[in-house]
Design a protein around this ligand. Sequence first.
Ligand code: F6R
Length: 303
Amino acid sequence: MDNVVITGMGGSAIGGEIVKSLLLADTSIPVMVWRDYRLPPMVGRRTVLFASSYSGNTEETIAAYLSGRERGVQIFVLTSGGRLAEMAAGDGVPLIKIPSGMPPRAAIGFMSIPILVVLNKLGLCHNYEDDIMETEILLKERMNFWRRRASALGNFLFKQIPIIYSMSRVLDWVGYRWQCQLNENAKVIAHHGCLPEQSHNEVMGFGAPDFINKRIFIIGLFDKKSAHHRTLIRFQEMVKLLRGYIAGFRIYETEGKSLLARMFSLSVFGDLVSVMLAKQRGVDPLTIPRIDELKGSLSRRKM
Ligand code: F6R
């Protein structure tokens, strides 16, 4: 097989990002996460395609599935039900059934680990069983500590605009996860970027308006094992230049041995921060009324 493509939107795409980061560090097979309707031309008979939609009713993912089917691609579907489950059953496409009844963004483990298992069975990546075990143990052991730390940061972020900077490519999705969780759970605006690229453009953006800059709080995500040693120095120099413009900054470091555990250590911490901030703001972290409304109004428009 030439490549792996995982197609999905929002909370259903993040599992693909985890797989992409792991395989980026581990194998030579390219992995792409595709968040749009029509699949790109590189997807063909030598692609392994995962169509991932928690509800099974996301129109972009259904369209991507259909375009993969037309091209005779080898497809696996991850869903809890909906149209995608029906189509997979009708087409004889392998279906990975995810338990229903949770927000898609909470199903992150269900949307990532099965992909690794399938890819391992196809001989496209190694067996991640030990890393999965380590991650599970680490999350259990550290949860209370992270909860306390998240509560402090959540309180602190009240009335601030969080900007999250990842200090290695494999943590890019973790920064994005923080952003999405802050958006959806805490209902606040947030932004994420990745170093070193950020210091070649975005760093200039802290110019105006001043009243917004003064509310920006930078959160640096650092993983010693994957970051180039110059990137932390780059971050430190960058925040020095921003002193006086922004509200402040803080760096959080990964924990654990395997890349999977290290990525999850910061992503779960970000989840907790978003829930703590939601609590602080008095909003319900589970509901996403604007997304639901948008999906509803789009479903009434002709496809
Ligand atoms: C996250 C969330 C959204 C959805 C996205 C796609 O919890 O609710 O980001 O994941 O709108 O929908 P699904 O996951 O049903 O394909």
